[in-house]
Design a protein around this ligand. Structure first.
Ligand code: SAH
Length: 194
């Protein structure tokens, strides 16, 4: 397993994610927004996440920059990265299907928004974010570079910690005790742990 192969695998998984993401994005855009908490802070958080998970690794792939931070790849890293990225795509696919038209890129409530608490949402409250955490771990494993590899964890981590509390508050405002009860019986992104 060479670094080049590992990078191509990251790119292929990334492309698969983009193709998969296009559908829920198109579907949810057809459903009018009833309430939006999208503000400058949300835009900055989205840019951080996009930079860490997309722009920094793509620059690395295209130019090799920052080459000084390269390190020797261990083959097991690539195999583990493939497994983790596969798990991430599966999780996001399932969560998107279950969330349906309630999905938004940002903090928004759609017309006739329903609270989803079944399926994968019975295990964790934020399975799409669990999927993004896994995607960031896969990037760390697949890209043998001390900056481009962890950039996804830093970028998505910024979005996650900057957003998740606000998202839950928005859901409490909309669904009240139903969401509070749901919070009591579920973890955020990892069952029993967090
Ligand atoms: N945090 C969730 C959803 C991400 S999409 C996840 O990781 O799976 C963000 C939008 O999903 C939010 O704006 C909110 O309107 C909606 N949302 C979040 N949790 C929801 C739930 N349990 N049921 C319905 N909609 C939800």
């Amino acid at each position: 397993m060479t670094p080049a192969v590992s990078k191509i695998i990251w790119l292929a998984f990334g492309a698969a994610w983009c193709i998969h993401w296009w559908r829920p994005n198109r579907r949810s855009r057809k459903t009018p927004v009833q309430y939006s908490a999208r503000d400058v802070r949300e835009t900055v958080l989205l840019v951080c996440s996009l930079s860490g998970l997309g722009i920094v690794p793509l620059i690395y792939l295209a130019t090799g920059f920052p080459r000084f931070a390269d390190y020797p790849l261990i083959a097991a890293q690539t195999y583990l990265g493939i497994a983790v990225f596969s798990g991430s795509l599966w999780l996001m696919h399932r969560a998107h299907r279950e969330l349906g038209r309630n999905w938004s890129l940002s903090l928004e409530l759609r017309d006739h928004h329903t609270l989803v608490t079944a399926g994968i949402y019975a295990c964790v409250r934020h399975p799409i974010y669990s999927g993004f955490w896994l995607m960031a771990v896969a990037q760390l494993l697949l890209l043998p570079n001390w900056i481009a590899g962890p950039a996804g964890l830093v970028g998505f981590g910024t979005l996650f910690f900057g957003r998740v509390g606000r998202e839950e508050q928005m859901m409490i405002n909309a669904f009240g005790d139903e969401y509070r009860d749901y919070m009591r019986r579920t973890a955020r992104v990892m069952p029993w742990i967090f």
